[in-house]
Design a binder for this molecule. Structure first.
Ligand code: GLN
Length: 291
């Protein structure tokens, strides 16, 4: 069998099994087995697939067909141009979350000189995707990242080591939200907290249900963690500092009200790649004008 035939057959099996993106997934799995990339795989279409590779491919297709997401099978997921290690201990970074990174970069003024520290805290960091992408884009930032799960932080550390060249490039903190965070220190706080309403968890795809529940379940209305973050962030933000959170598009109105009650200002909503409201930014009051 040629590589092309294997790819087409594999995609067919995934399609029949109800997988949403059969061609993409089949190509990614086959490229993984052949230790190449999806782009380069096409160039090898006419080559014969040896028996061992064909057997391995069948095995990976079987795993995909029982609902294991492609990122967990590969152990990798691309996010903001970086290739992250992922395991079932962490939520798979979503393209939508790139909006959080871009909004945070836009919210942080470029310092006039490199030696002005700009500390940023990423809560619920999981694989470290947001924290590491921020540090990668702007190395002058001093990035802290916290998570309640030591297992997730082990993956985040490994990602920092591989993608930034040094696990110490980020200050990792094990703790429940702000528990381990120093204060009052931060120019900006980012968070992609669990925000799925508990009653909606069973309606998620089996792939998403294979991800850590503690990274998804946000309580009755999905806003438990978001409420706590809004309540505690002002004690950790510098005057005029920004809080940026990812949430569900349907939650934006409720979050806006909570922020307004707590006297946050300059509330702004950013859309994700599908044009849906995905990130909400707000600021704590700045310094009183002098004179
Ligand atoms: N966007 C995620 C989903 O696919 C939810 C992630 C989260 O709760 N932070 O459901």
């Amino acid at each position: 069998m040629t590589i092309r035939e294997a790819r087409i057959q594999g995609a067919g099996r995934l399609k029949d099994g109800g997988i949403e993106t059969p061609s993409l997934d089949a190509s990614l799995l086959l490229a993984f087995i052949l230790k190449t990339t999806r782009d380069k795989l096409i160039l090898r279409d006419a080559e014969t697939l040896n028996e061992d590779a064909a057997r391995d491919f069948t095995h990976l297709l079987d795993r995909r067909l029982v609902g294991v997401c492609t990122a967990y099978i590969l152990g990798r997921k691309e996010f903001h141009g970086l290739d992250f290690t992922v395991t079932p201990d962490v939520l798979v970074p979503r393209p939508d979350t790139e909006t959080l990174v871009d909004a945070a970069l836009a919210a942080l003024p470029l310092p006039l000189t490199e030696d002005v520290p700009q500390p940023v805290l990423d809560l619920c960091t999981g694989s470290g995707a947001v924290a590491i992408a921020l540090k990668h884009e702007r190395p002058s930032l001093e990035v802290y990242a916290s998570d309640i799960s030591p297992k997730a932080l082990a993956i985040a550390r490994e990602n920092a080591r591989r993608l930034l060249g040094n696990a110490e490039a980020i200050h990792f903190l094990v703790g429940d939200l702000f528990n381990a965070a120093p204060y009052p220190l931060f120019s900006s706080i980012t968070a992609n907290p669990p925000y799925v309403a508990s009653g909606e968890i069973t309606g998620l795809t089996r792939e998403v249900r294979g991800e850590p529940l503690e990274a998804l379940d946000g309580g009755t209305d999905g806003l438990d963690l978001i409420r706590r973050i809004i309540a505690d962030a002002p004690a950790h933000l510098l005057p005029g500092g920004s809080l940026l959170m990812e949430a569900d598009p349907r939650q934006m109105a409720a979050i806006t009200l909570i922020l307004e009650k707590k006297e946050y200002r300059d509330i702004r909503i950013y859309q994700d790649l599908s044009g849906r409201d995905r990130v909400i930014e707000s600021r704590v009051p700045g310094c009183a004008q002098l004179g």
